[in-house]
Design a protein. Sequence first.
Length: 618
Amino acid sequence: MLAPDKGDVLVVDVATGLCGTAHGLPLSQFTERHEFNLGDVKTERQWDASAEDARRAAALIFVLQSGLASRSVLRTANQGLYRGQSVYFYWPEEASIEVIDSERLRSFRRLRLAAIAFRLAMSVKQRAKNLRHPVAFSRRIVGRWRSSYRWKCAIASVDSLARDNVDSLARGKIEPIPAQFIDPQRLPSPQHPIPGKGLYVRLDYWAKLTAGGSYGHTCFVAKSESRVTEHFECIVAQPYPLLKSLGVKQRVIRANHTSASAADLIFCGERLLPQLRRSFNKGGISYVYERSVLGSWLTALLCQEHRIPYIIEYNGSELAIARSFGTPYQREDLLETIENYAFAAATMISVVSKPIADSLVKRGVPAKKILINPNCVDPDVYSPLPDPQREELRAELGFGLDDVVIGFCGTFGGWHGVEVLAAAIPKICQQNENVSFVLIGDGNLKHLVNSVIAQHELQERVRDLGLTPQLEAARRLAACDILLSPHSSNIDGGTFFGSPTKLFEYMSLGAAIVCSDLAQIGEVMRPALQIEDFADGPPSVTDQRGVLVAPGVVDEVVEAVGYLSSNTELRKALGNNARKAAIENFTWDIHVENLWRFLAGVPLKGYAQAVRAGSKSG
């Protein structure tokens, strides 16, 4: 059989059932899933798997429009492999191609069966909604399907996967691998990098991000880790443009899925394991850092197999969040088993706040392996602009030199205090004629803000920039004089466990900050001014970093902005102090350095050390 680069390549458009021949495609260079543009291939004749040209082709490329491959495609691909042909799946929307072997086909079959089971469950649920006896109906339909071959295959596949690749993890011997790559006498630095390779893994395939706190956290942590590691690579389920801008190498391994359901969470783990295993089999990995993803057991398993130190970044329980919103995951016990396995395998677990650490301890995780390490900022990216550039930017946004510009950046949802922002905007504009707003971001509560802007006809005083790429958002926030972070308590009434990335970004921009006195937010901003400090006129500023207001109290936000909008020197003094505190305590380089310090057993730096010592002062 000819090599695929030299022989005819038959391209099959699955959607139309037509095929065509291509020549000279560089297929031999591909080993797994890669970015690739197939280009235009004329598919003019009807596809027939038994035709002579189909049998003689060096390679078969099936052009798919979705992540799932049909039964006929899987059967034909298997026949091609049996004949010794090279087989590839190609997705034109993603411009990606994947090498298919027998192991990949098995994964696609399992994924297809899981999708069938999920669709059946949704169909039964939907049809039962409008019936007088939905429970009896559901039982009757499911009873019929359980006798069918397809249902039995789907359930057997899910149960087999759970039994073989998840439940067995809990029964196996789990031994955290010590971090022997750390020398306490010479911590990692750009001058003395960690030898070998470091991997950053994030496999939440359903989160297509281009901006935001989570997105920035990943990119800037990876940048700081890459600076002190000899060789470094990120393995992600979606391309991160910011990683490319920061010069950090990334490899995308995509998952075929229908939803972020429990079945997909588990099956995509099975689906991605061979791809991830190839990276580990190359050897030379000194450590692996993973942002914890619900349902992902791959990295923990491979670190155990290869005896590699495994660092987890854990940002709170998605299972608990789902329960609090009344939509718990199916097979929650199985997903929790996966999390517990990863926690047991971890050399250390990095969390951004004490409440998250406490929740892990309640689940039986030893406190000695948990590092409380808050979110941080890159002070080079988030920095004040020189006056000429700042004036140019403000003019670009439609602001004059005498305008006081108030900024808000966030996801406009949940606890970000969007209700407070919406109520405060018209009051602030009414009381301060020289004030305008810049809003960056989007989310499910954005309509609250849009509504008051329209109701009070404030379109000329509010610049809504919407979703904005991370670096561009940083530049535009630099036009602001005051920045708002009116976070509210947790929706479910629980303890606020957040560490808002935007707070640290605000601090680094050198503007005056008005924020809620809420858990870690208040700790980080102290020393700070409060509303009562303005009772006798403008207060003197020593080392205060901003103005703290009571969470959810709109009038305090309005009052604080009013004081700051009329006092330029007060704004500058608070902004300078905030940036100084950010640089000294809250940079991503410090955040990453604390990982190595924790592993080496030496004193931490900045806020992390204060928390470890039992202090609440930043």
